[in-house]
Design a protein around this ligand. Structure first.
Ligand code: DX5
Ligand code: ZN
Length: 218
């Protein structure tokens, strides 16, 4: 079962409630919320107040993608705001195991995120403790960037690693996912496909989600 998670970063924030209801009605599986702090990444986006507002207009699980320094400080706030899944960037977590535990204690499902140039070997001693791994297929910070082609081999290698260890960790892929590459990304082993501009940049979300899902299952 593959999931599509529209990234609200590409939504019209002046009509956020409407946008979320529209992607839910169009068949989205999760809502992906990109949290950026202007330190770990060169952009500032949203915090727990917005996640709480999102939760009031949808029943879909909210997937909070933290691109922030010192995430430990904010995990409880995001969990209380309604985050069902919370992922943290491995590059921002010197005590990653503790951070992952904090997410679980807060009642959310923990995930770890790897930047494009971060090797899979960094996952060796954390993979069994997380529910999902997010492979960044663009450099984090902005929507609308091109998919980095080497991400395909990275996803394949991660899928192999998960299989070899006998785990059922989910693989999420985020950045530059479009109608024309979602088949290859899915075949490489992605379970959760994040898409921002490929969804919110189109006029008919139902048609777009349908097309993405068809291509994803090729
Ligand atoms: C980038 C974010 C992504 C972004 C994806 O740092 O993590 O979730 O919104 O946007 P698209 O799908 O437009 O590349
Ligand atoms: Zn994201």
């Amino acid at each position: 079962m593959k999931l599509i998670a529209p990234s609200i970063l590409a939504a019209d924030f002046s009509r956020l409630g409407e946008e979320i209801r529209a992607v839910e009605a169009a068949g989205a599986d999760w809502i992906h919320a990109d949290v950026m702090d202007g330190h770990f990444v060169p952009n500032i986006t949203l915090g727990p107040v917005i996640v709480d507002a999102v939760g009031r207009v949808t029943k879909l699980p909210i997937d909070v993608h933290l691109m922030i320094e010192n995430p430990d400080r904010y995990i409880m706030a995001f969990a209380r705001a309604g985050a069902a899944w919370i992922s943290v960037s491995i590059e921002a977590c010197p005590h990653l195991h503790r951070t992952v535990q904090l997410i679980r204690e807060a009642g959310a499902r923990p995930g770890v995120v790897l930047n494009p140039a971060t090797p899979l070997g960094t996952l060796d001693w954390i993979l069994a403790d997380v529910d999902y791994v997010l492979i960044m297929s663009v450099n984090p910070g902005f929507g609308g960037q091109d998919f980095i082609p080497t991400s395909i081999d990275k996803i394949k290698a991660l899928a192999g690693m998960i299989r070899d260890k006998g785990l059922s960790t989910l693989i999420e892929v985020d950045g530059g996912v479009k109608e024309d590459n979602i088949a290859a990304i899915s075949q490489a082993g992605a379970d959760i496909l994040v898409a921002g501009t490929a969804i919110f940049g189109t006029a008919d979300y139902t048609q777009t989600l349908k097309k993405l899902r068809e291509n994803m299952s090729i």
